[in-house]
Design a binder for this molecule. Structure first.
Ligand SMILES: Nc1ncnc2c1ncn2[C@@H]1O[C@H](COP(=O)(O)OP(=O)(O)OP(=O)(O)O)[C@@H](O)[C@H]1O
Length: 753
């Protein structure tokens, strides 16, 4: 079942006048579909009930014909409408983009009021960017470039290949995105002015996860669509509306004073409402048919996960030849892509971008289809390609090798198996790619506060629960296994914590929905595997918790990078069980840190013990519920099997005598079990309703006890859930770093005094 639903509109029976015009029959996928704009980045919003995208089509008559196979729907469209739609330049799949159907006619710069970048964006002014990008940066409040943008954008706009390494959340997407958008807004559009041909893909951005690919495409789109003109245009002034690239009359409204107010500029749209630059995301878990249709219509910038892209490429020679003539190739989070099980596809895609000289030719590997191999073989040499590789973690060795532009010798045809190998296979056209390494020492962002808790493995639930109650906010909890998430989810639910799961075994629709819910709920928890570790830009993640330790130093850095983004403060907590200590030590060691440098966070053990009681109860309930569920499942199965074999079961589903052949507990046993679970639930509910009061605190006499809380109550700093504690940020409660007593330096003998 497709993850999106289509809203198909038929215009109903055609009028007599319309009937005179010539009509053609089309298949459903050939119809001139238009995407209906959706509000949210991830393509979902609550009132759409799971629909990810909407499309509509107008002026289509649906006629039904009876044939041998039954009733068949046919779609009649006016011929001229078809011509118009096929000559259109394209729409965008990425959410938030504008898609309008009409004939290509771009109106780039002429008539757009000049943007005074010197006055409004002095720190960006020296960058040679298209004024629409300046407008977008201004509208989004990006008053100055981040350090990686400062270095990468000028270099890339001059045509250099760039390898960019910079801390998480430092704006790497725009570091490569701005030069690409700039090229499309300037060169590409002036080249294709007045052309009616289909747009070939000229920029390909590869990202390791679906969420990241969708986010990148939304981010680039936002840069094209974010601009607004704040001043009103006086009525007596010439009508600038059409010149502002706004999609014409609809968007220009009269304000209260009867003056025309400038509508939001849609800089991605041409004067007839067409996108000047079209950006599409092609990811797994969504309708491949729809994605193919979008590609068929033409896309400028394609953001994709390697798996889905390779699936499509194997059947689409046209797209394969477009990939061979790319102008830009981007590997975002390159190091993650080789881990994600996409390595073979990635390698195959990269082969399409190689120059095909004798020397450089590499045998296709990894089950490449004959057809695709043929495509690869026919690849033509192009030297225009610019390659950008970005990540927060690329080894120094690799960077050094890239600098030397050293390609592994004597490995002709051998599959790449490491990131180094893979990057060496990138065919940088630039003999000296610009390597910009701004990664901080140990990969740690300066605004991040790290901490740890040493505890037993089976105490982690209690510590996590304590942390979530003690420090409300948006908390991203990383686990290494999906099973771990499946175990924790019901506990969270029973403990009334708002938690959402995110892992690869969820349907894509559910993944995006959960991500959206987490984004829009201030006090919530996302229980995620490492598919959420890279690149995801969720605003205001207050805390990252490593419930299970990361499997490498890079993963630790990227997980931490989901908080403390764009110079905001953030906090991370590493939960470390005794048997994990060795690994943590090695992991921190590779970041040139010692375990002792990560301070512990203070915990009120009296309250923790109280929470352990709740956890204990929740676990019992969960176990009981799990058992009941399992039995129900078995009972169901047995019933079905018995029916199939035409065997009669007695009321308790006991097939015959003998305990070992019992299908499950008796009715009575089930009843008593259910009653026990209900009692446990009531007990937990009661516990949850009781305030958590710290030791020595009197809730009756707030001025007395060993910890009077009166001052906190008066100045509003009391903790609402944990009575007796002050409200505080997690970062404020870390304990001083333990310093090992260093042996006093041997003093020089100075003789008896
Ligand atoms: N010049 C800027 N000024 C202010 N904010 C910016 C600027 N550029 C980008 N941002 C914002 O910073 C946030 C992080 O950007 P981005 O996602 O590109 O980071 P990143 O370096 O790719 O992170 P990661 O390594 O985790 O993938 C985004 O919300 C983005 O909108």
């Amino acid at each position: 079942m497709s993850a999106k639903l289509l809203k198909r509109k038929s215009a109903g029976p055609l009028s007599a006048a319309q009937k005179k015009t010539k009509t053609v029959h089309l298949t459903a996928s050939d119809l001139p579909w238009k995407t209906v704009k959706s509000r949210q980045e991830a393509g979902l919003h609550s009132d759409m009930d799971g629909m990810m995208e909407l499309e509509e089509v107008e002026g289509v008559e649906v006629v039904y014909e009876e044939n041998a196979g039954g009733r068949v729907a046919k779609f009649k469209v006016k011929e001229e409408q078809v011509k118009e739609s096929t000559s259109c330049v394209q729409e965008d799949n990425a959410p938030g983009s504008s898609r309008q159907g009409s004939v290509v006619q771009e109106a780039p710069e002429e008539g757009i009021p000049p943007f005074d970048s010197q006055a409004l964006l002095p720190e960006w002014h020296t960058f040679s960017l298209h004024s629409q990008l300046f407008r977008a940066l201004y509208a989004r409040g990006f008053s100055s470039p981040t350090p990686i943008q400062s270095k990468a954008v000028p270099s890339a706009t001059k045509g250099k290949d760039v390898v960019g390494v910079a801390e998480t959340g430092s704006g790497k997407t725009l570091a490569y995105g701005l030069p690409i958008l700039n090229w499309f807004l300037t060169e590409a559009n002036s080249r294709r002015r007045n052309t009616r041909s289909k747009r070939p893909v000229r920029a390909l951005v590869l990202a390791p996860t679906r969420e990241l690919a969708l986010q990148v495409s939304a981010h680039l789109n936002a840069c094209l669509n974010a601009t607004t003109v704040s001043e009103e245009i006086k009525a007596e002034e010439p009508d600038h509306g059409a010149l502002l690239n706004a999609p014409d009359t609809q968007s220009r409204k009269l304000n209260k004073k009867g003056k025309k107010k400038a509508a939001p500029i849609e800089p991605s749209a041409g004067s007839k409402g067409l996108p000047l630059v079209s950006i599409a995301a092609i990811v797994g878990g969504m309708s491949a048919q729809k994605q193919r249709r979008i590609l068929d219509r033409g896309v400028d910038i394609l953001v994709a996960t390697p798996g889905r892209l390779w699936d499509i490429l194997q059947e689409d020679d046209d797209l394969a030849s477009q990939i061979k003539s790319l102008r830009f190739l981007v590997l975002d989070e390159a190091d993650r892509m080789i881990e994600a099980g996409h390595f073979a596809e990635l390698d195959n895609i990269l082969r399409l971008t190689l120059r095909q000289s004798e020397e450089d030719e590499i045998e296709p590997e990894f089950g490449t289809s004959d057809e695709a191999q043929d495509c690869i073989a026919k690849s033509t040499s192009i030297d225009e390609l610019q390659t950008f590789v970005f990540s927060a973690t690329l080894s120094k060795d690799l960077q050094r090798n890239l600098k030397k532009h050293a390609r592994p010798k004597g490995k002709k045809g051998a599959p790449a198996s490491t990131l180094d190998d893979l990057l060496m296979r990138l065919d940088f056209r630039d003999s000296q790619p610009d390597i910009i390494d701004l990664s901080p020492e140990g990969g740690v962002v300066s605004t991040l506060k790290q901490s740890r808790i040493d505890c037993l493995a089976n105490e982690k639930d209690a510590f996590l629960y304590y942390f979530l109650l003690r420090y409300p906010g948006r908390t991203l909890v990383f686990l290494s296994s999906i099973d771990g998430i499946r175990r924790l989810m019901p506990l969270m639910e029973l403990l009334e914590i708002k938690a959402f799961p995110l892992h690869s075994q969820l349907e894509q629709r559910q993944r995006l929905k959960n991500l959206d819910r987490f984004k829009s709920t201030t006090n919530s928890v996302l229980l995620a595997t490492d598919i959420a570790a890279r690149g995801l830009d969720i605003p205001s993640v207050d805390h990252v918790v490593h419930y299970q330790i990361p499997r490498s130093a890079d993963v630790y850095v990227h997980r931490n990078g989901r908080t403390a983004r764009a110079m905001r403060n953030g906090f991370s907590l590493l939960m470390c069980a005794p048997d994990e200590r060795k690994i943590v030590k090695a992991l921190l060691g590779s970041l040139k840190r010692s375990e002792d440098e990560i301070p512990e966070i203070s915990v009120e053990h009296y309250l923790l013990d109280k929470l352990k009681e709740r956890i204990q109860l929740a676990r019992q309930i969960d176990n009981a519920q799990h058992k009941i569920k399992k039995e129900n499942h078995e009972k169901h199965w047995l019933k079905e099997a018995a029916e199939a074999m035409e065997i009669e079961l007695d009321s308790d589903f006991e097939l015959s005598s003998g305990d070992e052949r019992k299908a499950g507990p008796s009715k009575h046993q089930r009843k008593s079990r259910n009653a026990k679970t209900t009692a446990l639930k009531a007990e937990l509910k009661q516990l949850l309703a009781q305030p958590l009061v710290a030791r020595g605190v009197s809730t009756r006499y707030i001025t007395s006890g060993s910890r009077p809380i009166v001052d906190d109550v008066i100045d509003g700093t009391y903790h609402e859930t944990m009575v007796g504690l002050k409200k505080s940020k997690a970062g404020e409660d870390v304990l001083p770093v333990k310093r090992h007593k260093t042996k006093p330096e041997q003093q020089e003998w100075t003789g008896f005094t």
